[in-house]
Design a protein around this ligand. Structure first.
Ligand code: ADP
Ligand code: MG
Length: 684
């Protein structure tokens, strides 16, 4: 039998060079090859007559060679052969390059089948390098042809020829579903589904095959997420006692919004029960998630437990530490912080104090979990800005063997139905209300020329004069792009020494040492810096309520969801706030896309519009959403299949919670291959 785990390099017709190219397509084994699915299909099912040709179209047709083959040698490596072919309705000139063997295989007067693109003009059709076969072999270039996503050096025909060797009726993949299951959900059997997705006989075959594969992708991830949840439910959690939070509330200058109160209640219910909490708090930027996390940690501390709060960057961790320690210090709660920059000595001390219970709440980056930082009595872990991490990382976190409560916070603006299904391992609380009195951020998307530039800068000065602060954000998407960094640096120099020399101008970018970043951020918070030129490192949750204006340079380079996140850094206090989206791009669509930001302040609405404009591929492809990536499934288009997959996964787990039944053996293996150690429910 075929060894599907065979290294692709040793598959006949591959070899070392090709294997390297295939690796770029994610193909390392024979199984990877077979499950590398077409992006689309070429419809070569209709044979066209020459009179019906349309310029620019790809056509399949039959024709006779109606004249001599003319060969011209242009230079050493270039020979051109051209000849006319025709059917009863017209003629077309065919040109082929170099393929000298054609001189012996193509004969005047004989009939052949061709496939290629119609070029030339309506008076004289031409076709360059078509596929040509004897009329009796037309089947080999006709039909429905798969089109694969390719990399340099690999042609579609090459992939097809490899596939043809293995994807045929000898294929023997193991079916993970029982016959009853296949019948119940009307799914194609795996080997047929694989054959049909590569080499379908008709378009209905493709639909059935795709349905099977998409269902499988969605079903497997749901099954994994649900079984994680299942195993967490069974754990014995800490039962925290109710705590009077009056003293805490006295420290903050506002009342909680109703949405915050509801969210807090849901958290408290989890904490009060013996269940282990695994809750996601989803709320738009500025909805006030931090204070909710602080309250939960306060309750844990008052119960005699320790808590940890993790953030994806040092800046953000440090900010939480500074902001919340002001409150906690007054309440006698001992806090500290550990980040990647903490010295070895500093760390040893903190670990010592943690063990001795001299720290109640520890802030930090993910270094907290990974570097054997041991707590004395850990009861609650909060992760902020969870969407910065991938699905597998999340699984790891929610699937830890300890029975501490977990709270994850995210500002991911995705439609609710999607959130509910893709976070099946978590319970969800939604904060769908901004604090009262928040004025919407006035946003303007503008095409900048010099006079516009002056107007914007004047406006910034006015804000600064009235005591407010400003952000100037430069695109530096990859923090390694040197030219971007140079541009940002130049802008900073210009503002500092010229345009805004009256004010204190600061500069923040990702290549700075964490300590420097923290210092600048701290200065901005303390109002020692009025205007902060920054790259996107400020994207995550930085909070300076006195900052009221944000100018984003070359805004067309960002996705709308990212712009919304960025913009959320202003409009956090009592003053009216502004966001200016600058673009120098002459493209009309750039500006009209940015204009969407003027009309909405709602992250969910913006996300949906962004989705419409850029398509789900781009939208879901970006990592910041923390959603799983699929080979074929499209979370928007395949919503119905997603629902079906969820029902099916629920039923499977109900019937066989640990997947111990014989009929689920292959399914269990598949889950372990895909999600591995994350699944201790079914493995213990
Ligand atoms: P995010 O949800 O984006 O993390 P934050 O928790 O940083 O938002 O809160 C944004 C700002 O709103 C902070 O300055 C915070 O103190 C303030 N805030 C939070 N809740 C309220 C409230 N109920 N009323 C007024 N201001 C609030
Ligand atoms: Mg936040």
């Amino acid at each position: 039998m075929l060894d599907l785990n065979q290294n692709i390099q040793f598959v006949k017709g591959v070899g070392e060079v090709r294997a390297k190219q295939l690796a770029k397509m994610g193909i390392y084994t024979l199984l990877d090859l077979i499950t590398y699915y077409p992006r689309e299909y070429e419809n070569r099912t209709n044979i066209k007559e020459i009179k019906d040709f349309v310029l620019g179209e790809n056509v399949l047709f039959k024709a006779r060679v109606v004249g001599k083959i003319v060969t011209r040698r242009i230079r050493k490596n270039l020979t051109i052969h051209s000849f006319y072919v025709g059917d009863s309705t017209g003629n077309i000139k065919i040109t082929v390059f170099n393929q000298n063997y054609l001189r012996n295989t193509i004969h005047e007067g004989d009939e052949y089948a061709f496939y290629g693109k119609v070029e030339g003009n309506i008076l004289k059709y031409e076709m360059n390098s078509p596929e040509i076969v004897d009329i009796g072999k037309m089947y080999s270039i006709s039909g429905i042809r798969p089109v694969y996503p390719l990399v340099k050096g690999i042609t579609n025909n090459y992939v097809i020829s490899l596939m043809k060797k293995y994807v045929n009726d000898k294929l023997q993949l193991e079916e993970i579903f029982s016959n009853e299951f296949l019948a119940k959900y009307k799914l194609e059997e795996i080997n047929k589904a694989v054959c049909d997705i590569h080499f379908p006989n008709n378009f209905a075959d493709i639909e059935k095959a795709r349905k099977r594969h998409i269902f499988e992708e969605l079903y497997l991830i749901e099954l994994a997420l649900m079984s994680i949840k299942e195993s967490n439910i069974k754990l014995n959690g800490i039962k925290f006692e109710n705590v009077d939070v009056t003293e805490f509330m006295e420290q903050i200058p506002f009342e909680l919004t109703n949405a915050q109160k509801n969210c807090l209640n849901e958290i408290l219910q989890d904490m009060n029960s013996t269940r282990v909490m695994n809750r996601l708090v989803q709320g738009d930027v500025g909805s006030g998630k931090t204070i909710i996390a602080a309250l939960a940690m306060y309750i844990a501390a008052k119960n005699g437990y320790q808590a940890a709060m993790m953030a994806p960057t040092t800046i953000l961790a440090t900010q939480h530490y500074y902001d919340l320690s002001k409150i906690f210090n007054k309440l006698g709660i001992k806090v500290d912080i550990i980040t990647g920059k903490t010295t070895k000595k500093g760390k040893t001390e903190i670990v010592e104090r943690l063990k001795n219970r001299e720290i109640d709440i520890l802030f930090g980056t993910h270094a907290i979990l990974e570097d054997n930082v041991e707590f004395n009595k850990l009861g609650l872990v909060v992760t902020d800005e969870q969407h910065r991490f991938g699905v597998k990382q999340r699984m790891k976190l929610t699937n830890k063997s300890e029975n501490v409560d977990t709270l994850v916070m995210t500002a991911t603006p995705i439609p609710r139905t999607l959130a509910l299904t893709l976070y099946s391992d978590l319970d969800i609380s939604i904060i769908d209300e901004l604090p009262k009195g928040r004025k919407p951020i006035k946003t303007n998307a503008v095409f900048v020329n010099e006079s516009m530039e002056d107007r914007i800068n004047l406006f910034i000065s006015k804000q600064l004069d009235s005591g407010r602060q400003a952000y100037i954000v430069c695109p530096l998407i990859e923090e390694t792009e040197d030219s971007d960094l140079t541009a940002a640096t130049e802008l900073y120099e210009k503002y500092k020494n010229d345009t805004f020399k009256k004010y204190n101008v600061g500069f923040l970018h990702g290549k700075m040492k964490n300590k420097e970043k923290d210092e600048i951020m701290q200065k901005f918070k303390n109002k020692e810096v009025d205007l902060l030129v920054s790259t996107t490192v400020i994207e995550v949750g930085v909070n300076v309520p006195n900052a009221t204006i944000m100018v984003i340079e070359d805004a067309e380079r960002f996705g709308l969801a990212a712009l919304h996140q960025l913009r959320g850094r202003v409009g956090r206090g009592e003053h009216e706030s502004f966001c200016v989206l600058k673009t120098r791009s002459k493209s009309k669509t750039s500006l009209s896309r940015l204009k969407i930001m003027e009309s909405s302040n709602n992250g969910f609405v913006i996300a949906e519009k962004d989705l419409e404009l850029r398509g789900p591929g781009d939208f879901f492809g970006i990592r910041q959403h923390g959603l799983p990536e699929f080979k074929l499934a499209n979370l928007l288009k395949d919503m119905d299949l997603l629902k079906l997959a969820i029902d099916a996964a629920k039923e499977t787990l109900k019937d066989d919670p640990k997947l111990e039944k014989e009929q689920n053996k292959n399914l269990k293996n598949m889950l372990n291959t895909k999600f591995g150690e994350a699944l201790n429910n079914i493995n213990n």
